[in-house]
Design a protein around this ligand. Structure first.
Ligand SMILES: [Fe+2]
Length: 275
């Protein structure tokens, strides 16, 4: 049995004792393993775990889907307040500072910690390039080819590199794949490289249908045509169950919900999925 608990989302579910914020955190419990995929913005994720009776005092690993504050800044609070994890996985180039640029000002969107912070807290950092199996049947995947021409990254997202400010290609984005034998379940943070680019790459690399997707699909800015194509292509790759979070958007969630071939829901803070 695998249990996935939404510790943080933009919305709370029916348990009104929890906090909601613009962000994502999913706790994965599989066999004896306990992993945190994203940490939300800060300490509210820890408070939600406490109220849900989820013990975060000893995690096998934390995975940060990308270096945006709404997914990664909570890791600093976790390390400072609980300090129960010695292993952090990210994608490559995670520590390149991220900004939103409006043509005049730059707004820092980064996690707010650096490698020195990890060293000070005795946390080992592994940057995953390609596919890495981190525990039996649990893989991390990064480095997604961009094949889908309608999955574009908004121009306001930039990153600061040795060459100065560049458009953010979100090369740091990493997702988690649960191998369920004849099919896959994928957890995504914000899907900035494009949900189809990511799922297509996983489908092709593992040569298995992707039957379930949970997390942020970043379709919040997508028009109905793109959403229709996305749902259609995801179904072609085996999608049966979708648990939308965070940046998925009501239009995409509504479209999936009306699709008779799909089971879908919104995963609010406090919601669980059992596989
Ligand atoms: Fe996000």
């Amino acid at each position: 049995m695998i249990r996935i608990t939404a510790l943080m989302d933009n919305m709370i579910a029916e348990n009104k004792s929890l906090f909601a914020e613009h962000g994502l955190s999913l706790l994965i419990e599989k066999d004896t393993h306990k992993l945190l995929f994203d940490c939300g913005q800060g300490a509210h994720t820890l408070a939600n775990a406490h109220r849900l009776g989820r013990d975060l005092s000893s995690l096998d690993a934390v995975i940060l889907s990308h270096n945006h504050y709404d997914h990664a800044a909570g890791f600093r609070d976790y390390a400072e307040q609980i300090d129960g994890c010695r292993l952090l996985y990210t994608g490559p180039h995670f520590f390149e500072p991220k900004y939103a640029f409006d043509g005049l000002k730059y707004t820092d969107l980064s996690s707010g910690f650096d490698e020195a912070f990890l060293n000070a807290h005795n946390i080992r950092h592994v940057a995953v390039e390609g596919i890495q199996e981190i525990f039996d049947g649990i893989c991390l995947v990064s480095s997604f080819p961009r094949r889908c021409d309608f999955e574009t990254i908004p121009g306001r997202f930039v990153k600061l590199t040795a060459q100065g400010f560049l458009p953010d290609d979100f090369s740091d984005e990493v997702c988690l794949v649960l191998d369920l034998g004849d099919r896959l379940c994928v957890l995504v943070g914000c899907s900035h490289p494009g949900i189809l680019n990511m799922i297509r790459s996983i489908h092709d690399r593992f040569q298995k249908p992707v039957s379930a997707v949970f997390g942020g699909t970043h379709l919040v800015e997508a028009d109905p045509e793109r959403i229709g194509k996305t749902v259609r292509e995801l179904k072609e790759m085996g999608l049966q169950i979708a648990g939308f979070s965070h940046c998925s958007g009501s239009l995409a969630e509504g479209t999936a919900h009306e699709d008779k071939d799909l089971q879908s829901c919104h995963l609010g803070a406090g919601d669980c999925i059992y596989l």
